[in-house]
Design a binder for this molecule. Sequence first.
Ligand SMILES: *[C@@H]1O[C@H](CO)[C@@H](O)[C@H](O)[C@H]1NC(C)=O
Ligand SMILES: *[C@@H]1O[C@H](CO)[C@@H](O)[C@H](O)[C@H]1NC(C)=O
Length: 424
Amino acid sequence: MGPIPLCVLLPVVVLAVAVVVATEENTVDDEYTWPQWKVPLVRKRRTVPLSSPDFSAHPQPELSGTCGIECQRRLPTPSLDDLEQFLSYETIYENGTRTYTSVSVQGLNEVTAWSRNASSSSRHKREVYGPDTRFTISDKQYSTKYPFSTSVKISTGCSGVLVSPKHVLTAAHCIHDGKDYLNGAQKLRVGILKDKSRRGKGGKGRGGRGKGKRRKGEKGQEEVQEKEENGGKGDRKGKGKGRKSRNRRSVESEKPSFRWTRVKQTQIPKGWFKGVTDGLAADFDYAVLELKKAPKVKHMDLGVIPSVKKLPAGRIHFSGFDDDRPGNLVYRFCSVSEESSDLLYQYCDAKPGSSGSGVYIRLKEPGKKKWKRKIIGVFSGHQWVDVNGDGMQQDYNVAVRITPLKYAQICYWVHGDSSECQQA
Ligand SMILES: *[C@@H]1O[C@H](CO)[C@@H](O)[C@H](O)[C@H]1NC(C)=O
Ligand SMILES: *[C@@H]1O[C@H](CO)[C@@H](O)[C@H](O)[C@H]1NC(C)=O
């Protein structure tokens, strides 16, 4: 056969270009859809008993010296052996005993798209945190409804989020300081906001006993949704008004109270422990608690997203129990300022106490019109970060992001079976 004439070839090229353009248009639409990832397999190798810990550590108000995104960029990429070490974990049981479990990781090449390349943007100073933009969700009508109802309080003073009917995701530093377990981790409990009559007086009243009638309030639910999702853009004036009047009302309503549930066991990745990760410990500031009893509250699924900044709004949300508003659930949202594959830096207003909150975003389920919220990270807290590895520290609010690997690990902890965790 001779050469193919140009006049035949040309339309094919044009067609190909057209197809590419069409595909690109589709991907624009896909930006609003949860991507589907094949995740690596994290499998248990073996479990050995360890001596019981001392439970001598005390909570740290602030973490410092974290090797930040730029600092981390200079570290060598962890090898498979390293990763298997970091993802191996300790389990601490209710009775104070603990075990160590080593893991193997398979299918790591599924996630080559995850590089340690991070986009960088202009730096902010702390003052740029600006006015406090947190919302107190004190009205039971909202705080005991999804998505706020997934937020829980950890007895060591942190927050957490329900990721299964009886598992809570929180920050590792709420349980362990890197060297030992916190004093309060021995009798760890999780508090779920009580949904009781708004008229009940105080915490100890009879309101606690009888299940309060939940108000129907369809309208209220929508309001929350609107507040949650659109609070930032447009209509500031109207929103501000609504917020103020709600706050005023909340003063009159009863103090929030919790229903406490004991924790059966807690799992922490070895990567969090001192001397294991060499600059990457902040990436492993997460832990999973298993409750003795399922609290019958809807949980939020985990999700994996390659870049938050590239999302249409680039905005994250989280709710927790900030120290300065005791007992109240505090909700906020903000845009991510900087991200690496493992960390998210942002200037969401947050006080200690909100550490461990689940950071979520809302996207569409593939093939569906409905929006779905998923947890993509764990709020770690305010940190002084070593930006360039030269000892110069800068402050950020940091969240640990759920990578495909971490998804695999957390999913395995929750399900106890890695075959159920092959796709995020
Ligand atoms: C503590 O609890 C774990 C898990 O339930 C159990 O395997 C272990 O035997 C218990 N140890 C003691 C000393 O009771
Ligand atoms: C990461 O950055 C390097 C150098 O800037 C580049 O060569 C590489 O292609 C990047 N990787 C990805 C996955 O973007």
